[in-house]
Ligand binder design. Sequence first.
Ligand code: KIV
Ligand code: NA
Length: 264
Amino acid sequence: RTRLTVPALRQMKAEGRRIVSLTAYDAGFARSVDEAGIDLVLIGDSLGMVCQGHDSTLPVTVDDIVYHTRCVAAGLSTAFLVSDLPFQADATPERALDASTRCLQAGAGMVKLEGAGHKLDVIRFLSEREIPICAHLGLTPQSVLRLGGYKVQGREEAAARKLLADAKAVAAAGADLLVLECVPSALAAEITAAVAIPTIGIGAGPSCDGQILVLHDLLGMNSGHRRPRFVKDFLANGGSILGAFQAYAAAVRSGEFPGPEHGY
Ligand code: KIV
Ligand code: NA
C-alpha cells in the first residue's frame, strides 16, 4: 500500500469506497492504526479531552497539535494524516496559515477547521496557498460555550437548510474534505449527495463517504462522560487492539457500521 493522497480520497468517493478514519495521538497507536489499514488518521483537538483530561477542546494549543502530529507521523507509513487547527488558531487567515504550515511541516497532509461563516475566507486563503483543508460542520466542539453543550445539530428545517448551504459553501471555498458531526442521518445523506468532496461522518449516519471515531471511544475507554449513541466498542469482540482496529475498518467498509441505531 502507498500513502493516500488528496486526489485518491476524492477518487474513493467517486468509486463508492468508504474512507475509514480514526484519531490517534502517539506513534505507538499510529503504528497499529496503520497496520490495520485505516485510510485517514486525525490528530484531533479531542486530545484536550482524551489525553489532557479537560472537559472541552478549548485549552488545546498549536504547540500541542504540532507535538502530537510529530508523534503520530513517526508511526505512520501509509495512512493519510490530518491535523486539527485548535481553538482560535483559525481566527484570521494569517494565523491559520502559520498554524497550518507548522502542522504540514510536522508531517500532516491536511488541516481541519471548524465552521463556515467567516471561516470561508480562511478556507479560501489556505487553499489558494496550497494547504489541503478538511472542513467540519454540524456539532463543532470549539463552539461549545455558545452551543451550551454537545448536541445534535440541524434538526429543525431552517438549521438543516443552513447546514446544507454551509456545506456547499465550504466546498466552493476550496475544502477538500468535510467532517459532519452529530447531524441527522437524512441530512448527512443529502449533504453527501450535494457536494463533490468526500464527507466523513461521526454521529451522522451510514450515508457519508467515510466514518471517523475517537480512538479511545472505539476501544471502549470511558472518558467519564455519557457514551454518545454513535460510539461502538470494537475491542469488546476484537480480542486485541489491532483486532479492534481491523474490525472497525471491516465494519465501515462493509456498511455494517454505523447502523441505524448509531444515528439521529
Ligand atoms: O477532535 C476530533 O477528534 C475530531 C473528530 C471527532 C472529528 O474533530
Ligand atoms: Na476536533
